[in-house]
Design a protein around this ligand. Structure first.
Ligand code: ATP
Ligand code: MG
Length: 285
């Protein structure tokens, strides 16, 4: 049957954002028929709810065709799958942390020490690359308490704000990997499934582009238009609409989310007034 099976995390930090992304792509799910599986009403996809650790294996074996999960788990599991798209949410890093009163001297600090982690493969690659011999203590959760209870000298764990480390008397000293949510795919998808994936990716990119950009409207004297256009490159070029007030116009354009504060100062200096910045729902380039 031509349905693309998508594995997402059942319960956890990725679940809500994964479902939200698909909903923003206009895909509707009838929730609740089964807790493990649901079929979309208006798009040929089926959702499988799994533990994130199992997703790479299931995608490799084509129990699922594609999966949404963190890069950290993809690299740790090291399965034979394609990396298809970065999704820009669930940003975090995998870092080494040590007791805060210790002095870190570089990776050599870990020599002959015991490091607790849920990421033994990534950690062991890091240690090998730095010619460090250390003992890896594999634990599946609450890694950050390991030094406090005498189980390890250091940890290699997921960090986002660092507050969990701090409350456990640890400090982050080395980032091994930066991670975000990605889509992985089976390497042997049929033509029909590849076509469904292509139309899903088209929608996902439209949603992602929209999030990364803002629609901006502003008023300016006609004499400032040229200068303002140079600051606002837009998708093609800004739209300019005359105002009733003589000598004034309204400019409409698109700016990147991460650039817009910087641009807004430049625009005000150039003579722009009444600046409105509006979210975009979908953006097809
Ligand atoms: P499961 O029960 O499915 O195995 P889990 O406990 O392994 O879940 P979560 O804690 O829900 O996993 O985290 C899932 C993913 O979210 C992580 O693999 C990572 O990519 C990302 N993540 C983890 N912690 C954070 C954080 N503090 N901030 C942002 N993203 C995070
Ligand atoms: Mg997990």
């Amino acid at each position: 049957m031509n349905v693309l099976k998508i594995a997402i995390q059942k319960n956890g930090r990725l679940s809500e954002n994964s479902k939200k992304l698909l909903e923003e792509c206009g895909i509707k799910f009838s929730n609740g028929i089964s807790v493990l599986k649901t079929t979309a009403q208006n798009f040929p996809v089926e959702l499988l709810f799994l533990r994130d650790d199992d997703i790479p294996q299931y995608v490799e074996q084509q129990v699922a065709d594609i999966g949404i999960l963190g890069e950290n788990v993809v690299f740790e599991k090291n399965k034979d799958v394609n990396i298809i798209e970065q999704l820009g949410f669930a940003g975090c890093r995998l870092s080494i942390a040590i007791p805060k009163e210790e002095t870190y001297t570089g990776p050599g600090y870990l020599m002959n020490k015991k490091v607790a982690t849920s990421y033994p493969k990534i950690l062991s690659d890091f240690l090998k690359k730095n010619n460090i011999t250390a003992e890896i203590e594999e634990i599946s959760g609450s890694v950050e308490i390991a030094p406090g209870i005498g189980l390890a000298d250091a940890v290699c764990d997921i960090v986002s704000s660092g507050s969990t480390l701090l409350t456990n008397g640890l400090k982050e000293v080395e980032t091994i990997l930066k991670s975000q949510a990605i889509i992985i795919g089976n390497k042997n998808l049929s033509k029909a499934k590849q076509d469904i994936l292509a139309s899903l990716l088209f929608r996902i990119r439209a949603v992602k582009n929209a999030k990364e950009n803002k629609y901006i409207l502003l008023n300016a004297p006609e004499s400032a238009v040229e200068k303002i256009c140079a600051i606002l490159p837009g998708m093609k070029s800004p739209t300019i609409v005359p105002l009733v007030e003589k000598g004034w116009c309204s400019l409409h354009s698109v700016v990147k989310e991460d650039e817009f504060w910087e641009r807004i100062n430049q625009l005000r200096e150039a003579g722009a007034e009444g600046i409105l910045v509006i979210p975009i729902e979908k953006m097809i380039l």
